[in-house]
Design a protein around this ligand. Structure first.
Ligand SMILES: [Zn+2]
Length: 112
């Protein structure tokens, strides 16, 4: 509960604001708004809700960023491995892929 307190306040603020706005918009000309004060309650609720839930949102954004970086690193590593593979020696006789440092084909023994 304490973890979601900021989010709870934020939602409560939105509900208050929405309710007062709804009343204000659906009001007839001669009616005076009864719940307009809710808008003034909503503003501090929204403010504190934002302040309290901001670190959580920031943390989740950071996690997402970390995942993105990890993904990028993985792609780069794969690309590097692929690049190293391309420099490998391919046997002319049997098309076996040998290490770049290989002198003889490890499959058929032909000199590379
Ligand atoms: Zn070979």
């Amino acid at each position: 509960m304490s973890k979601n307190f900021g989010l709870f306040i934020l939602i409560a603020g939105f509900v208050c604001l929405g309710f007062s706005m709804f009343e204000f918009l659906t009001l007839d000309m001669w009616e005076t708004p009864k719940y307009f004060w809710l808008a003034f309650v909503a503003l501090p609720l929204l403010f504190f809700g934002f302040v309290l839930s901001a670190p959580r949102i920031q943390r989740s954004l950071l996690n997402q960023q970390r995942d993105n970086i990890r993904e990028t690193m993985k792609v780069m590593a794969d690309g590097l491995r692929e690049g190293l593979h391309a420099t490998n020696k391919i046997c002319e006789k049997c098309n076996h892929r040998n290490e770049a440092s290989a002198i003889y084909c490890s499959h058929c023994g032909t000199a590379l």
